[in-house]
Design a protein. Structure first.
Length: 62
């Protein structure tokens, strides 16, 4: 049983896209990354209150 390379590639791509999109709103999640599980998971990690507020503000606009 090996890693699903397509899912791994998609996970890495999503991490990059999230980093870019969040950055465009001046939001940085320092622990954003690919968690090496199977199936792949995206680690969003802990954030401070200011970052949580910024995320809520952006998501409310959607």
């Amino acid at each position: 049983m090996g890693i699903d390379l397509d899912a791994d590639k998609e996970a890495r791509s999503l991490v990059n896209e999230l980093r870019i999109l969040l950055g465009s709103h001046d939001i940085k999640l320092p622990s954003l990354g690919r968690d090496y599980g199977d199936p792949p998971l995206i680690t969003l990690g802990n954030c401070n209150l200011a970052t949580a507020r910024a995320l809520v503000t952006v998501l409310r606009r959607v």
